[in-house]
Design a protein around this ligand. Structure first.
Ligand SMILES: [Zn+2]
Length: 328
């Protein structure tokens, strides 16, 4: 019997305009690897193994657009190798503009299952696909995983507080929030955590590139991908680094992820309308869950990626502590 929680989602339409639609990616099915939708661009010169992944969540279109841009513009590493992976293609291909959140996954969230015990017994579309992709993830020196968000909030970078990640992230000169987590205390089963447990010399990053269906996410994803390649010394000097997709954000800074709240009931409600990055002081009411009051557990408590529609037993918001000094 499967113990996998079903992939639950709201069937409601998007609050934000749907400016981006999936494209036909079937021309990229046949890459040059044994696995479909995987392309390895090898410079033939010694250097790092980079992997960039898109579509871990099927409705996060910008990542696929960034990979297509790299492939179609003939961007090739000048040393080392760059592997481009379209992950949950089956979910992406089910996109329905009337239900744009529904194609996040087929059976389960593909960014919660990167755990040995789960992958030893694949029993969902996503776990089978993850098993196919696992050798590429484990053997990469550095991994960039491209995502987008439900709410129209600032782009953000997420990474484990370990090894080279913080220094590399700072060198990106990324004018948006950084979310930093301890490898063993955030979601288990994140793909970048699996990578981080295996890499010796590289970095493991998620780039959230803006709201799922906003046109600017594509440029944000392309810019993030090219800067990732550039900082590894692998981008040809002929390739210009494009601007970010968004203007620098007032929430830019460093946030330490503390915990992920789950809704106990479908009655979970935030105390006010939130989009993300609202700051609360210790003791401030942030939400109610049926009769229960939920207060901010510490000062400078930021709400990160609040759910659109709370569902009992599902993640509803991440709490993080802003660690930069606040402007007076
Ligand atoms: Zn995502």
């Amino acid at each position: 019997m499967s113990t996998v929680p079903p992939c639950r989602f709201s069937i409601a339409a998007s609050d934000a305009p749907v400016e981006l639609l999936p494209v036909d990616i079937s021309p990229y099915r046949q890459g040059n690897c044994a696995v479909d939708y995987v392309h390895r661009l090898d410079s033939g010169v010694a250097g790092p193994e980079l992997v960039i992944t898109a579509l871990i969540h099927g409705n996060e279109i910008c990542g696929a657009n960034a990979l297509i841009h790299i492939l179609e513009q003939g961007i090739r590493p000048v040393r080392g190798a760059l592997t481009l992976i379209f992950a949950n293609v089956k979910a992406y291909q089910q996109f329905d503009p009337q239900r744009p959140f529904a194609s996040r996954c087929i059976d389960e969230d593909m960014n919660r299952l990167w755990l040995d015990q789960r992958l030893q017994q694949p029993d969902t579309q996503e776990s089978h696909r993850a098993l196919e992709l696992l050798p590429y993830i484990r053997s990469a020196d550095s991994l960039l995983d491209l995502h987008s968000t439900t709410h129209p909030v600032a782009p953000m970078l997420i990474y484990p507080d370990r090894g080279r990640n913080p220094g590399f992230a700072d060198r990106l000169e990324y004018p948006f929030p950084h979310l930093i987590y301890d490898l063993d205390s955030y979601h288990t089963g994140l793909m970048i955590s699996e990578h981080e447990r295996h890499t010796r010399s590289g970095v493991s990053l998620v780039a959230e590139c803006g709201q799922h269906f906003a046109r600017a996410t594509t440029q944000q994803a392309i810019s993030s991908a090219l800067r990732f390649i550039y900082l590894h010394g692998m981008l040809s000097p002929q390739v210009e680094l494009p601007d970010w997709g968004y203007a620098a954000d007032s929430h830019a800074g460093h946030y330490r992820i503390d915990r992920v709240l789950q809704a106990a009931t479908d009655q979970f409600r935030f105390a006010e309308q939130v989009q993300g990055f609202e700051l609360y002081n210790k003791g401030d009411l942030i939400a109610t869950d049926d009769q229960q009051l939920i207060a901010a557990p510490f000062d400078n408590c930021a709400l990160i990626m609040p759910a659109r529609v709370p569902i009992a037993g599902e993640e509803v918001v991440t709490l993080a502590q802003r660690t930069d000094k606040q402007p007076e």
